[in-house]
Design a protein around this ligand. Structure first.
Ligand code: DAH
Length: 345
């Protein structure tokens, strides 16, 4: 009887092991057949009732069945574990030959990048950067720059007035006056001043009511026009190519005397004449001059002791010339297709 029972248990166990579809199910089979309260233990407990000849036979068979079930479970366990590992390896497979995902990065705005290039150049020449307010007093925007109230040259720059005495600055030149005041009559003063300026202009391809300027100022003992010419030559070659030449033409600004306009030899045709330089071989880049004695005096510098030069340029114009951009509004309308062409770092 017990013998048949054991053989039946063996069959059942084999079947159960075969159909266990995971480690948990297999563990259940183990507990069910080989656990302390399992059927084999039960059989062994009932052995007391057997005859002396039967006892060792059944005992041996029970041990064999137990061992055999345990072995089958181990075998199945190894099998399941191998399958599991295989599935894991399959699901975590990496195809190292796939192309990488591209991270999309932006680039600096062309205008910012031109300004930084100019800043870097002048920092290398010993200048430092100075900024001033965009909402400015009439005094700094005009009067301190030798443009008294009703001076006709005020008409050169149509202004956005906020009150009679306060306006949006029309140029970065007022930073000259602020900086000179700060130095309390003691040179050297060597700064460049980038920033936004505002004019009452109707926006079109070449005009904008708001644009950028970069001002330069160097005041010290014995600063001469030839120093200005030297610095501007370095600037022109750096921005437009090593074989650029410059020329200075007489001009007028109330805050400089003498005043000049600087041209560079055309970088497109090299000076022979083309549509970029309108056939002249020269391109106008910026206004400059020797700081007017009145400007020095009004901001606390003694013109008999100090002289200086100043210049003012438009980075939009520099960028437009350099890259053949025909509409100034491209700088302000944030069209990514335009901006991403200029990845200059
Ligand atoms: N402020 C002038 C303008 O906006 C540009 C300029 C000309 C600045 C000559 C200067 C200078 O410092 O010396 O038109």
């Amino acid at each position: 009887m017990l013998k048949e029972k054991l053989l039946e248990l063996r069959e059942q166990a084999i079947e159960n092991i075969g159909s266990a579809d995971g480690l948990k199910a297999l563990q259940d089979v183990h507990v069910r057949f080989l656990g302390k309260k399992g059927p084999i233990t039960e059989v062994l407990k009932g052995m007391g009732k057997l005859s002396a000849e039967e006892r060792p036979v059944v005992g041996q068979l029970a041990n064999e069945v137990r061992k055999m079930i345990a072995a089958k479970i181990e075998e199945k366990k190894a099998d399941l574990e191998a399958k599991l590992l295989e599935m894991k390896l399959e699901s975590e497979k990496i195809d190292v030959t796939l192309p990488g995902r591209k991270t999309v990065t932006g680039n600096h705005h062309l205008l910012g990048s031109i300004i930084r290039e100019v800043e870097d150049l002048f920092i290398g020449l010993g200048f430092s950067i100075e900024e001033g307010p965009e909402v400015e007093q009439d005094y700094y925007n005009f009067e301190a720059l030798n443009l008294p109230k009703d001076h006709p040259a005020r008409d050169m720059q149509d202004s956005f007035y906020i009150t009679d005495e306060i306006l949006m600055r029309t140029h970065t030149s007022p930073v000259q006056a602020h900086t000179l005041e700060k130095h309390k009559g003691v040179g050297p003063v060597k700064v460049i001043c980038p920033g936004k300026v505002y004019r009452r202009d109707n926006d079109d391809a070449t005009h904008s009511h708001q644009f950028m300027q970069i001002e330069g100022l160097y005041v010290d003992h014995n600063v001469r026009l030839s120093d200005l010419k030297g610095i501007l030559t370095v600037f022109a070659k750096h921005m437009f190519g090593a074989d650029r030449e410059i020329r200075l033409r007489p001009s007028f600004f109330p805050f400089t005397e003498p005043s000049v306009e600087m041209d560079i030899s055309c970088f497109r045709c090299g000076g022979h004449g083309c549509n970029v330089c309108k056939g002249t071989g020269w391109i106008e880049i910026l206004g400059a001059g020797m700081v007017h004695p009145n400007v020095l005096r009004m901001s606390g510098f003694d013109p008999s002791e100090y002289t200086g030069f100043a210049f003012g340029m438009g980075p939009e114009r520099i960028a437009m010339l350099k890259y053949g951009i025909e509409d100034i509004r491209n700088f302000y309308t944030d069209d990514i297709r335009f901006l991403k062409q200029f990845n200059r770092a």
